[in-house]
Ligand binder design. Sequence first.
Ligand SMILES: Cc1cc2nc3c(=O)[nH]c(=O)nc-3n(C[C@H](O)[C@H](O)[C@H](O)COP(=O)(O)OP(=O)(O)OC[C@H]3O[C@@H](n4cnc5c(N)ncnc54)[C@H](O)[C@@H]3O)c2cc1C
Length: 410
Amino acid sequence: MTSETQDNQALTNYDIAIAGGGIVGVTLAAILKNSGLKVIIIEAKPLEVAAARTQAYAFSLLSSRIYEGIGVWKDIVPHIGKFKNIRLSDSDFSQIVKFETTDLNTNYLGYVAQHNVVLTALQKYIVDCPNIHWLCPGEVTDVEYQDDLAQVTVKIQDKKHFLKAKLVIGADGARSHIRSLAKITTRGWKYWQSCVAFTIKHTAAQNETAFERFWSTGPMGVLPLPGNRCQIVWTNPHERAKKLQALEEQDFIKELDYYIQGSLGDLKLVGDRVVFPVQLMQCDHYVQSRLALIGDAAHCCHPVGGQGLNLGIRDAASLAQILITAHNQGQDIGSLSVLKEYEAWRKRENLAILGFTDFLDRFFSNNWLPIVVVRRLGLWLMGNLQPLKIFALKLMTGLKGKTPVLAQNN
Ligand SMILES: Cc1cc2nc3c(=O)[nH]c(=O)nc-3n(C[C@H](O)[C@H](O)[C@H](O)COP(=O)(O)OP(=O)(O)OC[C@H]3O[C@@H](n4cnc5c(N)ncnc54)[C@H](O)[C@@H]3O)c2cc1C
């Protein structure tokens, strides 16, 4: 990893310029480490600030296999939560759908990893790699697309710098500036809900079960972390989410304890409660000549089921596979014909997950009696019909759809 701020000579030609050094952008760079392609990552925040977030994510089996394929999983796995069971339930309805490792014949059903653990491991993995450069902190402010290359303008401390690349990757998150500059339109909606995300310490012995419980106000996900901690993502209508954030700690814990039904013993908040508005968004196009969008820049979904980051990691692995193949065959990696392969692979698969998470949120955040009856029947069927249960489990763990080659042998 080379800092370009000290080396302006090299600020000229790259094969790939990645705008956004979040987990998704850096995952793509890590997969390209030995590809022979010259890559630059441009990240608006200082490296350590970008990696400082402690938000934890549900990490799917597929994501773990992609990271095993890269060779970085061994540095992540000692520091993260692992779960062997998933419990799905509908408020106080007694039928609980129980997913176990025996359903898939795997050691775990998923993992819970904090942002700082994953991003720091990825950053270390590409440190000193001669073909991967960093421009950080540097903000992409403009991109001019030409037939054979793109010219990227980067603002570093009020000064403009220019570089050229055969391909620009927009990995710059949900409010992607790269997407806006390219005038790529999006579809979707904002939900009537926000998520309150926080970590708690608890005294219960359990630490290998992930819970998703559906309330009429919205779903609540409880994800186990090491050291008797859990990451909780609690969806509520906007106003209620803000009120929960503002409650005194002891009142908040009392309210929380009611919703998790005392299952985790004594509770203590670790850190802040962060409130995120929730949206569903999908771009009309993931690619155009010399540009590809990945991660939240291309799509966002409801956090129910913990899918968002996992979709982005899968985008990165799929795109890297296509680019490496095209490069090895002497094709132009920024050409529309190459990039369309990525769009054809990922857009439909992502749409299926976006639809699934939207369905879960709408169907369960509803108190209309006929819907309540149908969904409770649905939960009963899922708990008792093994093929249906396996289908849902494979969807949640990333084992449905086309698997990137990198993840196939792990
Ligand atoms: C409450 C909540 C809970 C969630 N839980 C889960 C979960 O359990 N599991 C899961 O898989 N997903 C989860 N998600 C979704 C997940 O957080 C996102 O999908 C993921 O963080 C997106 O990663 P990204 O790298 O695409 O974007 P980001 O993490 O947003 O990274 C984008 C990066 O680009 C940089 N940047 C922006 N603009 C520029 C620019 N112009 N120039 C240079 N750099 C720029 C930013 O500084 C940032 O570092 C959750 C989301 C929410 C809101």
